[in-house]
Design a protein around this ligand. Structure first.
Ligand code: IDP
Ligand code: MG
Length: 141
């Protein structure tokens, strides 16, 4: 079993898509092992997206991610990292496959409804960033 971090971004929460996204997650066989709603501070968002700090969209990304509350969740499944990226779809919704969350709901490459870790190593880092061990359900095996 593997774990990954999912975020329903401020656009998804504001557009009342949180329930729909969670339903798609559960229907796809993921088990929720931790979840909370928070409002990111600019410092937190900046640290979370530190790998993008030289990118031209970094400032816009921090504005977006701090504009309203987000739902952060830890998903468990075999190959969870890859499986959640597949369900999300590509960053740019115009390039995302039919049936993916971003194809269904994202407005554009920036406001794209969901986040997912891109590797098992980053998943561990991102889960630790938001959750303490006592906030996560113990692994089944
Ligand atoms: P990912 O979320 O699919 O992993 P990344 O390249 O890691 O995509 O980018 C992180 C986030 O930054 C994206 O989900 C999106 O919100 C934003 N972003 C990425 N590329 C652009 C862009 O070209 N313009 C504006 N925002 C972008
Ligand atoms: Mg990424």
């Amino acid at each position: 079993m593997e774990r990954t971090l999912a975020i329903i971004k401020p656009d998804g929460v504001a557009r009342h898509l949180a329930g729909e996204v969670l339903a798609l997650i559960e229907k796809s066989g993921f088990t929720l092992v931790g979840m909370k709603m928070i409002r990111l501070s600019r410092v937190q968002a900046g640290r979370f997206y530190e790998i993008h700090k030289e990118k031209p969209f970094y400032g816009e990304l921090l504005n977006f991610m701090t504009e309203g509350p987000v739902v952060v969740a830890v998903l468990e499944k075999e190959n969870a990292v890859e499986a959640w990226r597949a369900l999300m779809g590509l960053t740019n919704p115009q390039q995302a496959a039919e049936g993916t969350i971003r194809r269904l709901y994202a407005e554009n490459v920036s406001r794209n409804v969901v986040h997912g870790s891109d590797s098992p190593e980053n998943a561990r880092r991102e889960i630790d960033f938001f959750f303490s061990a006592s906030e996560l359900i113990a692994a089944e095996k």
